[in-house]
Design a protein around this ligand. Structure first.
Ligand SMILES: Nc1ncnc2c1ncn2[C@@H]1O[C@H](COP(=O)(O)OP(=O)(O)OP(=O)(O)O)[C@@H](O)[C@H]1O
Ligand SMILES: [Mg+2]
Length: 458
């Protein structure tokens, strides 16, 4: 490792590592800390620390590593790079996705087989794990607004409570994909295999299954018959984004499109058997059978992602909006949805030179470019759901639903089912007061519904 790294530095800079740099690198690769290296090299601890931090920066540049090198990660990163260069030389192929290197080598040994039996096991484990990530479908992360609570809850569910199926729900633009990318960064060391696939183009289960099998089987010497076998044999994290695309429109929420029911079977099986893997689904709406499963299987849970709170101010700052004292009001009005906030920020810049105060003084809530986004949600609604939405849009405050209002010609059963379905689409909010719950619409959605012809014709 020392020799390989020295060669890389020489090839890139034309200069070899000097003797102190070599001692620091060698000591670090042997697991020594700065004080011991300093003692062996007869120099001060302070000096070794200073030279060391410059050395890690130099190595980050030379190895073109996107993670900053430090004394604690340098060994695993160099090992990974050496492995990669070996794979290049043995004609396997490397895919770059999401700014990260994913290797899909052919005829590789299984992680278990390629693990070193020596004391290097921990480090080689880590290297193996990095090799089996396929995040090509995951977008680049834009993470200016932190979401510590959502991250810690999901981390707890997935790692500590070993929840096998987690559904992350929320309207378009609320930040599900971004949150999941961040979560993968945080949890990646817990998994041998990580694969991210988008269902945006509605692949059939058979197509997705083939794709998953290709990914898993390229990495393993032992060939299994189904993705479930891999999920059960190794810790895997599978992320399926845009799950709403396999669900039906114009029906109550969460029904699979005809021919897509096998997805439901897979979801159910993932929760049924013991293993250390997790299937993370990102969706606008909750599949109906998952709602049922949650009631009976503690390994299946859903998390509805709420809007950004005060951290949304970062978006206002990035977009250089003015009147910071009004930013929270703006965030609240647009429900802390980062996409909506960015879209409305563009409008504020184009029409009001960035003045949030001037924008908020307009008598009506402006939707502008939000309309087409909201339309995608409204197009999915059943007729009974539209009736409930229209009724809720006309209410000033949250309302209780002990029975259907006179204006809605639905049986109590159909009315409650429609309300429940809208909740599963994250389209109506439940507010609790004095032990009772009421329902309401977010301001943007209310404004959108009021402007719809389907609402006016009700
Ligand atoms: N924490 C965050 N900080 C800053 N920007 C964010 C954050 N989360 C999301 N965004 C931005 O908001 C936009 C929408 O986020 P994202 O694509 O994750 O939403 P989504 O819920 O997955 O939407 P959809 O359901 O349509 O796929 C993106 O442009 C993203 O960069
Ligand atoms: Mg998304």
């Amino acid at each position: 490792m020392l020799q390989w790294t020295g060669e890389q530095v020489f090839a890139k800079t034309g200069k070899p590592l000097d003797s102190l740099q070599r001692s620091i690198l060698e000591g670090t690769l042997q697991g020594k800390k700065y004080p011991e290296i300093a003692k062996n090299s007869n120099v001060s601890h302070h000096h070794v620390k200073k030279v060391g931090s410059k050395l890690w920066k130099l190595l980050s540049d030379v190895l073109q590593e996107d993670i900053k090198l430090t004394q604690s990660n340098v060994r695993s990163i160099i090992l990974g790079k050496i492995e990669l260069s070996n794979i290049y030389n043995s004609n396997n192929y490397v895919q770059i996705g999401n700014g990260k290197i994913n290797v899909c080598g052919e005829n590789n040994n299984s992680p278990a087989e390629s693990r070193s039996p020596s004391s290097e096991r921990d480090n080689s484990d880590k290297v193996d794990r990095e090799r089996y990530h396929d995040l090509r479908d995951a977008p680049e992360l834009n993470w200016s607004c932190d979401r510590p609570q959502a991250l810690s809850t999901l981390k707890e569910w997935i790692i500590e409570k070993n929840t096998r199926l987690v559904t992350l729900l929320g309207l378009s633009g609320i930040g599900k994909t971004a949150l999941a990318v961040r979560l993968v960064q945080l949890l990646q060391d817990n998994y041998d295999y990580i694969i991210w696939r988008s269902l945006e183009n509605s692949p059939t289960w058979s197509d997705l299954q083939t794709n998953l099998m290709q990914f898993f089987s390229q990495q393993q010497a032992t060939q299994f018959l189904s993705p479930l076998d891999y999920v059960r044999s190794h810790p895997c994290l599978i992320i399926l984004d845009d799950v709403q695309q396999i669900l039906q429109s114009r029906e109550l929420a969460g029904e699979y499109q005809p021919g897509y029911e096998d997805y439901g079977t897979f979801f159910k099986q993932v929760t049924k058997f013991p293993h250390k893997s997790c299937l993370l689904l990102l969706s606008w709406e909750k599949p109906r059978d998952i709602a049922t499963l949650e009631g009976v299987n503690r390994h299946c849970r859903s998390f509805q992602l709420q809007g950004l709170g005060a951290s949304g101010r970062e978006i206002c700052k990035e977009r250089e909006l003015t009147d910071p004292d009004k930013w929270l009001e703006l965030i609240h009005l647009y429900s802390g949805n980062p996409l909506w906030l960015n879209i409305v920020a563009t409008m504020i810049i184009e029409l009001f030179n960035g003045s949030v105060a001037q924008f908020l003084s307009c008598p009506t809530l402006c939707l502008g470019d939000l309309e087409p986004l909201l339309q995608k949600h409204s197009q999915r609604l059943s007729s009974s759901e539209k009736q409930v939405m229209f009724w809720l849009a006309s209410q000033e405050v949250a309302v209780e639903i002990s029975s259907p209002p006179e204006t809605i010609p639905l049986s109590p059963d159909d009315f409650f089912t429609a309300v429940q379905s809208l909740r599963r689409r994250c389209l109506i909010d439940k507010v609790a007061a004095n032990g009772r719950s009421g329902f309401t619409l977010q301001p943007v959605i209310k404004e959108y519904v009021k402007n719809q012809s389907w609402a006016r014709s009700n």
